[in-house]
Write a protein that binds this ligand. Structure first.
Ligand SMILES: [Cu+2]
Length: 400
């Protein structure tokens, strides 16, 4: 009687488990909770490895927990169990030593093979140095095929407008913390499709070409994480880590990643956007960028305050807004609205110096913005947020 009940319960539980597993794997596929296969051969290898290991550990888990459950029920105290005696059973002791060993080797061999392949960045045709900053990335093209002096360098900033990530300006100036009551009156804004992922100037690489990344950082530890390429490399100041990818020719397109090492307050605001072009398109892109880089900075003067303000606002949104706030109210950086420096027309030069050289926690923007952009940003700072000085800074003022 009791054993029939036990068998029924076991059968029901097994059925539940089997249907549970199939429902779970269905759901995993639909909701993208599983690791993604990515687009490169390596990322597919990593995915396959992940699935193999997942099944092995799942089976071991089922076996072990199943045995525990079974023993707990079948040998419960009310049944007055007699403990079996298999002390010093040579067969069992060899079996439970050798079996885990075989399983471990079975996992280690394919894992090591993939790890070694991921580490082999030899014979790359394009080398890009990737540097993490608080809070953006810069890309420097070092060599491409026979050209060892490409000389393309630029910063890549988050493109999502500040109003979309909805950081309220709080009544006491605290930013961006506060209670729900402080956020009253903040209207939800519709978000872009690539919210918090799209950047102003993406990293561009060719398809069908092996690309080597030299990954480092300028200030704190960041991590260059491109899941579709199975790349996740720590970016550490003073160290250069290597990673590589080879995107198949039929997988051109745009891919996104993020900084994956908690690097400070705006860690979530430094995404990675990679545009993979067909090789001939990449060749013309790189030629064009080289030409731009070689022609030196554009020092065309601004014809009006308005034209400087327009460019200044764009660059402010890309480079300054994270620390100084959309309304110049400050935050992690000093407030600009009504600042003594930005409302005193005799201190324009000092304003330029701070942006070019940096001051205290404020980094230098000399590499990140062109002289024309710096002039525009300073003009913007001195005329927006109610500062209204009427000061128009020209590229030539910055260049000298
Ligand atoms: Cu970071």
């Amino acid at each position: 009687m009791q054993s029939t009940l036990f068998r029924r319960v076991t059968a029901a539980l097994t059925l539940l488990l089997v249907s549970g597993v199939s429902v779970a794997s269905d759901w995993a596929e639909r909701s993208n909770v599983n690791l993604r296969p990515g687009v490169t051969n390596i990322s597919q290898d990593v995915f396959d490895l992940h699935m193999v290991i997942l099944w092995i550990v799942s089976l071991i888990g089922l076996l072990v927990f199943g045995l525990i459950m079974y023993s707990a029920v079948a040998h419960r105290r009310s049944k007055r169990p007699q403990a079996a005696d298999f002390h010093e059973n040579v067969f069992l002791e060899v079996f439970w030593t050798v079996l885990p060993f075989i399983i471990l080797i079975g996992m280690a061999v394919p894992a090591t093979r993939v790890l070694i392949a991921m580490d082999d960045s030899s014979d790359a045709e394009l080398t890009v140095k990737v540097t993490g900053y608080r809070w953006n990335w810069s890309y420097e093209y070092l060599s491409y095929q026979d050209d060892n002096d490409v000389g393309i360098f630029y910063f890549s900033n988050l493109k999502t407008p500040a109003e979309q990530y909805n950081r309220p300006i709080l009544k006491d100036g605290l930013f961006p913390y506060g209670t729900a009551a402080d956020r009253v009156g903040v209207e939800p804004v519709e978000k872009d499709a690539n919210y918090m992922l799209a950047v102003d100037k993406p990293l561009v690489i060719p398809a069908g070409v092996k690309v080597r990344f030299l990954v480092t950082a300028d200030d704190v530890i960041h991590s260059f994480f491109m899941p579709d390429f199975a790349i996740k490399k720590d970016a550490i100041p003073g160290f250069v880590n290597e990673a590589w990818t080879l995107v198949p020719e039929d997988a051109t397109g745009t891919y996104y990643g993020q900084c994956a090492e908690l690097c400070g307050k705006n860690h979530a605001f430094m995404p990675i956007e990679v545009r993979v072009l067909a090789q001939n398109e990449f060749d013309s892109w790189i030629a064009e960028e080289k030409e731009k880089a070689a022609s030196g900075p554009d020092l065309t003067p601004f014809s009006s305050l308005e034209s400087a303000m327009e460019l200044g606002q764009q660059k402010y949104a890309a480079a300054c807004v994270l620390c100084h706030g959309a309304e110049g109210q400050g935050g992690i950086g000093l407030p600009f609205a009504g600042s003594a420096l930005m409302t005193d027309s005799s201190r324009v030069q000092e304003n330029i110096d701070v942006l070019i050289k940096g001051r205290n926690a404020m980094p230098s923007f000399a590499a990140q913005l062109t002289p024309r952009e710096i002039a525009a940003v300073i003009t913007y700072q001195r005329n927006a947020f109610g500062n209204n000085t009427g000061d128009l800074v020209q590229p030539a003022d910055v260049a000298k």
